[in-house]
Design a protein. Sequence first.
Length: 110
Amino acid sequence: MNADKRELKRQYREQGPQAGVYLVRGSSGRAIVAGSTDVNGALNRHRFELKMKMHRDAELQRDWAAHGEAGVEFQVLDVIEPRDDPAFDLKHELATLAAMWREELGLPEA
């Protein structure tokens, strides 16, 4: 492993999970927009569930079965920067951002 890769891994470990809003959209148009305190982990979970043929959304699973990974889009829509303010409510912020993105994309409320 070269020094650049080691440095990138070190930086990733130090950064920790990143909160944000993500999109998982199938070729059929079915889409999930949700918030997570670990946005990359959430996207990895969806990808893993689809690969293992055990995703909770049957329509997305059909898109994956028909087109493979190319049939499903995974995207981070927004990231929330960490804050030291004790009054900051991360879960509320995630829910609000997810609702704003669903409205922006013309998707129904979750």
